[in-house]
Design a protein around this ligand. Structure first.
Ligand code: BGC
Length: 248
């Protein structure tokens, strides 16, 4: 870690945990050990913001920070709430975070933050063209980055497929829920990604989420026209992307 590099701070809000760390903005590496605190229940904006403040205080971080949220975020306002308390819907969440933490913040969708981080510091070949990042976890989060620029809130995990909300069939949680083997899940992913690539025609698909660590196990069963690579930054991508976006 170099003292000369500028640091930012990223927080990643999830349905089960809130994570944060300082980030070296030149290398995209964490500049301190990541802290994780379980998401308070009920996960109201005020309770979550208090946990965010705790993490910032823990590091003695006084400046502004970037923050992810697992739902649509339009100009600081959270529009949906899949795995968190309903009170986030249409909440001016950035203002709540600013008030409770006493620091300025930039709030973004979790997959968008991960996508920005992967393009900047992670997956090979992601620097040019149109990149689709899809995080396969509890849901499916997506980020579309065209020639280095993010198109926020694409929400392609929710396209309708065979009469279902796609993420309820193809997310990693669907694999676990339905007890699917890699091959069976691969078939669902093929169906999903073929649909999305016909709508979007990306140059590269980057797959994130915890299960991207096991890319070698399931990717042989996924057949797409678009080249597909695993994400590199794994569970740090949200923190890194948030810090980067706040800095920008
Ligand atoms: C939400 C997205 C989010 C994704 C991953 C989806 O259910 O709609 O906004 O990015 O889950 O957390």
């Amino acid at each position: 870690m170099s003292k000369k590099h500028e640091h930012g701070f990223g927080i990643d809000i999830g349905g089960s945990g809130i994570k944060g760390a300082p980030v070296d903005l030149a290398t995209g590496r964490l500049a301190g050990e990541r802290v994780r605190i379980p998401t308070p229940q009920p996960s109201t904006p005020e309770a979550v913001a208090a946990t965010v403040a705790e993490i910032l205080d823990d590091f003695g971080w006084k400046g502004s920070f970037g923050c992810t949220f697992p739902a649509v975020v339009q100009h600081g306002v959270t529009r949906t709430a899949a795995n968190v308390d309903d009170s986030w819907v249409d909440c001016d969440a950035a203002s709540v975070l600013r008030k409770v933490t006493g620091r300025d913040t930039v709030l973004v969708n979790d997959a968008d933050a991960a996508g920005v981080a992967e393009v900047e510091f992670g997956a090979a070949g992601a620097k040019s063209g149109v990149v689709l990042l899809a995080t396969l976890g509890t849901g499916i989060g997506t980020a579309v980055i065209a020639h280095g620029r993010l198109v926020p809130n694409t929400e392609l995990g929710h396209v309708e497929l065979d009469g279902y909300d796609a993420e309820t069939r193809a997310a990693d949680s669907a694999r676990e829920r339905d007890g699917l083997g890699w091959e069976e899940w691969g078939e669902r992913l093929t169906r999903y990604f073929r649909h999305v690539e016909n709508l979007l025609w990306p140059d590269l698909i980057v797959v994130g989420g915890g299960v991207s660590k096991k890319f070698d196990k399931w990717s042989p069963y996924v057949s797409t026209r678009t080249p597909m690579v695993p994400a590199k930054l794994l569970n740090e991508a949200g923190i890194i992307g948030a810090a980067l976006l706040a800095h920008r």
